[in-house]
Design a protein around this ligand. Structure first.
Ligand code: NDP
Length: 497
């Protein structure tokens, strides 16, 4: 191991340690089995760090620690102001280590340093800060019952939360899961994705530095079916929160039926980004590019079905294609990189597989359409930003989640046709609408069956606004005050007067 690119000394030290251990009950330990796995830099394909590989025994230790911390530890019993102070300190620590975390994220995931610095790290800090604000505002109510009784409700934490996160926004997804859970007084067992465990492990150190008591957050890296599967099955875990593929989401749904654990699922998408001929075309082109090429297209809500009104279709597709063909690809740590590598060899094969499927289905490649192996990129998992035209909405490339820098441009006739085609998917995560007609924008925003609709913008996020899916994009809402519902339960107390 050893890095070909220059990074902060703390990053170099973090990745070149002989082993990155897991965090259980406040201690950094090896896996019970002694097994380890490697994480790679997707821009070079070279090994980045060695990580302890958890399995069922480690999950059991973590779940027991989290259970003890919940049943008899200080966290759920702490004065809200004290818990708030710790979460605020954690937000400050994330910011103070911003460059280090951003470099680590870029090395492990591939995304550009610019994106890590502008989006992932500050948004993670902001998520902890926002939920710190809720700690002393999660309240019950009194109810007007028969005067012989007094009835009130308590909003109590759910208990031990098993949280399974993906590789596309590793630190940010950890924050989306941990921050509301901790604010409400829960304890957690977190499993980062096998491809990107590093920032979650560094976050574990910062949680300790901020003063989160032992056992409150346990971080067990490992693989989906073993570590993730053990979390889903564990009898001491009360709730599972998952972000990832719809396929695994369904498996979790089935498996948790045995224990009736609470479940929230944030799953895939095939989001329509609808451009009407009366839109501000320059802005809509920018929105189409951000909609699909941000984070290499490894975004659950990416606007991968770009519906364009017939009369604007050819001009618009050409403009998007021209801009896509000039996007700079490279190592995420190189200045000016706009599109980094995909996260793994597996994801590279998946995305290039879809490029071939699209060509066989008869779609036309306007730009891209292949792996990028220019000198310097040949060892990494780069795919050229790709624009397909001649796509029908029933083709596989228009129906299945590709999760890479690939967009299908599809024509539509009128508003009804846009809504019909836009909704013609089993996903329902997000959508975009581009028009200068305010009434049309309102009508389409209501008619689209998706958890988020952006009008004349795309991929805009704020911790205050809820996020989650309709249809097979999952259930439960993260962010905003809605996430508090995922991590609390209501107790009704009756007192005879
Ligand atoms: P997965 O759904 O397999 O992975 C997401 C998380 O779930 C990871 O931590 C993974 O572990 C874990 N996991 C996998 N299998 C199980 C299981 N049986 N029980 C419990 N946890 C499990 O996604 P992939 O990484 O395989 O990516 C495949 C596709 O999924 C992508 O191409 C994309 O279409 C979609 N996806 C959607 C995301 C979203 O944000 N909605 C995010 C990521 C992927 P591990 O990775 O360690 O094996």
């Amino acid at each position: 191991m050893g890095l070909a690119v220059r990074v902060e000394p703390s990053v170099e030290k973090f990745v070149t340690a002989p082993l990155r251990k897991m965090l259980i009950d406040g201690k950094w330990i090896e896996a019970a089995s002694g097994k380890t796995f490697e994480t790679v830099d997707p821009a070079t394909g070279k090994v980045l760090a060695r990580v302890a590989e958890g399995d069922a025994e480690d999950v059991d230790r973590a779940a027991r620690a989290a259970r003890r911390a919940f049943d008899s530890g200080p966290w759920p019993r702490m004065a809200p102001a004290a818990r708030q102070k710790i979460l605020l300190k954690l937000a400050d620590l994330i910011e103070a280590h911003g460059l280090e975390l951003a470099q680590l994220e870029t090395l492990d995931n591939g995304k550009s340093l610019g994106e890590s610095q502008a989006v992932d790290i500050p948004a993670a800090a902001e998520t902890f800060r926002y939920y710190a604000g809720w700690v002393n505002k999660v309240t019950g109510e009194t109810n007007p019952t028969d005067p012989a009784f007094f009835n009130f409700t308590l909003r109590e934490p759910v208990g031990v939360c098993g949280q399974i996160i993906p590789w596309n926004f590793p630190l940010l997804m950890a924050a989306w899961k941990l921050a509301p859970a901790l604010a409400c007084g829960n304890t957690c067992v977190l499993k980062p994705a096998e491809q990107t465990p590093l920032t979650a492990l560094r976050l574990g150190e910062l949680l300790q530095e901020a003063g989160v008591p032992d056992g409150v957050v346990n971080i067990v890296p490992g693989f989906g079916p073993t570590t993730g599967g053990a979390i889903v099955k564990h009898p001491l875990i009360d709730k599972v929160a998952f972000t990832g593929s719809t396929e695994v989401g369904k498996e979790i749904h089935r498996e948790t039926a045995h224990t009736l654990k609470r479940v929230s699922l944030e799953l895939g998408g095939k989001s329509p980004n609808i451009v009407f001929a009366d839109a501000d075309v320059t802005e809509a082109v920018k929105g189409a590019l951000v909609g699909v090429f941000f984070n290499q297209g490894e975004v659950c809500c990416a606007g991968t079905r770009l519906f364009v009104e017939e009369k604007l279709h050819d001009e618009f597709a050409d403009a998007v294609s021209k801009a896509a063909s000039t996007m700079k690809q490279g190592h995420g740590l190189e200045a000016g990189t706009q599109v980094g590598p995909l996260v793994s060899q597996e994801q590279l094969e998946r995305v290039t597989g879809y490029l071939e499927i699209g060509k066989k289905e008869g779609a036309k490649v306007l730009t891209g359409g292949e792996r990028h192996t220019a000198p310097g990129l040949e060892g990494g998992y780069f795919v050229k930003p790709t624009v397909f035209t001649g796509v029908r909405n029933d083709m596989r490339i228009a129906q299945e989640e590709i999760f890479g820098p690939v967009v299908s441009v599809i024509p539509f006739k009128n508003e009804d046709d846009a809504v019909l085609q836009g909704n013609d998917t089993f996903y329902g995560l997000a959508a975009g609408v581009w028009t200068r007609d305010v009434s049309k924008a309102h009508r389409v925003a209501r008619a689209i069956r998706a958890g988020t609709v952006w009008v004349n913008c795309y991929n805009v996020f704020d911790v205050m606004a809820p996020f989650g899916g309709y249809k097979q994009s999952g259930y439960g809402r993260e962010l905003g005050r809605y996430a508090l519902d995922l991590y609390t339960q209501v107790k009704s107390v009756w007192m005879r007067i």
